[in-house]
Ligand binder design. Structure first.
Ligand SMILES: O=P(O)(O)OC[C@H]1O[C@H](OP(=O)(O)OP(=O)(O)O)[C@H](O)[C@@H]1O
Ligand SMILES: NC(=O)CC[C@H](N)C(=O)O
Ligand code: SF4
Ligand SMILES: [Mg+2]
Length: 445
């Protein structure tokens, strides 16, 4: 019934934990569940080597009581997946296990999307094979230890990757030279280390945020502490869509609180796309901070007129008629008394296939709204993504080949306004960003 949203996977790794690293990894994965809802896995490292438990579904379905059936260990690696390559088959569920030629075991968890691993022909886009498996095979083909293997292989990898690797009780973490996907480091209260896709997972574990893994950096966490080394020059271009939609509002990205960036996008949107109206209505969840920003800057009354079912997950809805209508009713309810006979500005963070907007405009209209003006706190998505976000082909994107007026007609809004690329980028802080899906110009050239 649902078509999954194109999330970006989540990774977590811990070391130096007093015995319950697997359970902590499970808790961290729940905090990252919004990044992948297809499968979940945890690997722990103990005296007997690496042990893995994984399966399809949400973290709480795969790990009953959030307690993995794995040995008590001091180091663990976890992953929640949304497939961008190779489908969702059991063989592609992460973390993946491997060993180098001399027999050093490792487990690897990846967020991103690889285009090529030079010298390794096992995977090519469109073949149905998973990109991460090729990376694991390339590391496994190296003769020495895992750190040396990563230093040898990563410079040959093209594409987006934030990875965490368990190598016995040692944890390695690395980001591609553009830093498309996030990855940060923290210190556990008891003295251990944690690596996570987002800082919200550190907060959940009571860990102190230290810093991000730098683009082009390999970090090693072992008995000697933390060591960072560069395997490639950095050309920072973090994904702006992380700020717009993917990341949790309470995470820090590039020194900026995601909620604050979304709020600033809403403030700027009110300036760039004002409208005569009576009430601002947010599309929950991710549209809320921008709607609050729009309301505060416009002086319009803010109303939580759309209630979102917390159990419905993060999903784009199928474009097929009957099921889509049923699905949107499952996910959203409307409070008619807040919109009846009013001119409504409905604010969402993004519009991709326009499935949500199409249904929500008619839902709010059916509840008695006099006018429904749609405001999107990011620019039109016109181009696909090659770096780990499942943004479809131009033909599937509502704004792929349509002008703004045509998109407004498609969703039957009285008016439609988007945020400019410049204002979106300005809201996300000073670090350079990838804006490829909005402009068609990608940082990789
Ligand atoms: O134009 P569309 O193809 O409908 O996609 C855009 C919508 O999808 C996302 O919401 P989602 O329900 O995935 O997550 P959320 O609950 O975090 O907002 C996003 O926040 C928009 O609401
Ligand atoms: N969303 C992701 O980060 C996916 C990671 C990897 N490309 C996979 O398909 O498994
Ligand atoms: S193309 Fe878009 S979604 Fe992909 S990395 Fe760049 S900004 Fe993010
Ligand atoms: Mg949404």
């Amino acid at each position: 019934m649902f078509e999954s949203v194109g999330e970006s996977c989540g990774v977590i790794a811990l070391r130096g934990v007093a015995g319950a690293a697997g359970a902590l990894a499970c808790h961290g994965l729940v905090a990252l569940q919004h990044r992948g809802q297809e499968s979940a896995g945890v690997v722990v490292a103990g005296a007997g080597g690496l042990s893995r438990q994984c399966g399809h579904g949400l973290v709480q379905q795969v790990f009953e009581g959030l307690t993995p059936a794995l040995p008590e260990c001091g180091a663990a690696l976890g992953h929640v997946r949304y497939a961008t390559a190779g489908g969702s088959g059991a063989g592609n569920v992460q973390p993946l296990l491997g060993q180098t030629r001399r027999g050093d075991e490792f487990a690897l968890a990846h967020n991103g999307h690889l285009l090529r691993v030079a010298g390794h022909d096992g995977w090519a886009p469109g073949t149905g094979a998973a990109d991460t498996a090729t990376l694991a095979a390339a590391v496994g083909a190296e003769p020495g230890g895992v750190r040396d293997a990563l230093l040898a292989v990563l410079p040959k990898v093209e594409g987006a990757y934030s990875i965490a690797v368990l190598d016995g009780e040692t944890v390695h973490a690395a980001r591609d030279p553009y830093g498309f996907r996030p990855l940060c480091l923290g210190r556990l209260a008891g003295g251990g280390w944690v690596v996570a896709s987002e800082s919200a997972a550190l907060e959940c574990l009571g860990a102190r945020y230290l810093r991000e893994v730098e683009p082009g950096e390999l970090v090693t966490l072992d008995g000697h502490g933390l060591r960072g080394e560069r395997f490639a020059a950095a050309s920072p271009a973090g994904c702006v869509f992380e700020y717009v939609y993917f990341a949790r509002a309470d995470s820090m990205l590039g020194g900026v609180r995601v909620h604050q960036a979304r709020h600033a996008m809403g403030v700027a949107l009110a300036g760039e796309a004002p409208v005569e109206a009576d009430v601002v209505v947010a599309v929950p969840d991710s549209g809320r901070p921008a709607a609050l920003g729009y309301a505060s800057a416009s002086g319009l009354y803010y109303a939580e007129a759309l209630a979102r079912n917390a159990y419905a997950g993060r999903t784009f809805l199928q474009p097929s008629t009957v099921e889509r209508r049923r699905a949107v009713r499952l996910k959203f309810g409307v409070l008619p008394e807040l919109v009846a006979d009013r001119r409504v500005v409905m604010v969402d963070d993004s519009l991709v296939r326009a499935n949500s907007a199409r249904d929500l405009v008619s839902l709010v209209r059916a509840a008695g709204a006099r006018e429904v003006h749609l405001r999107i706190a990011s620019p039109p998505v016109r181009w696909p993504c090659f770096f780990g976000v499942d943004l479809p082909t131009r033909a599937e994107l509502a704004a792929g080949r349509r002008g703004i007026r045509e998109v407004a007609e498609l969703v039957r809004a009285d008016s439609l306004g988007y945020l400019s690329v410049e204002a979106m980028v300005a809201a996300c802080g000073p670090a350079p960003k990838c804006v490829g899906c909005f402009t068609g110009t990608y940082p990789t050239g």
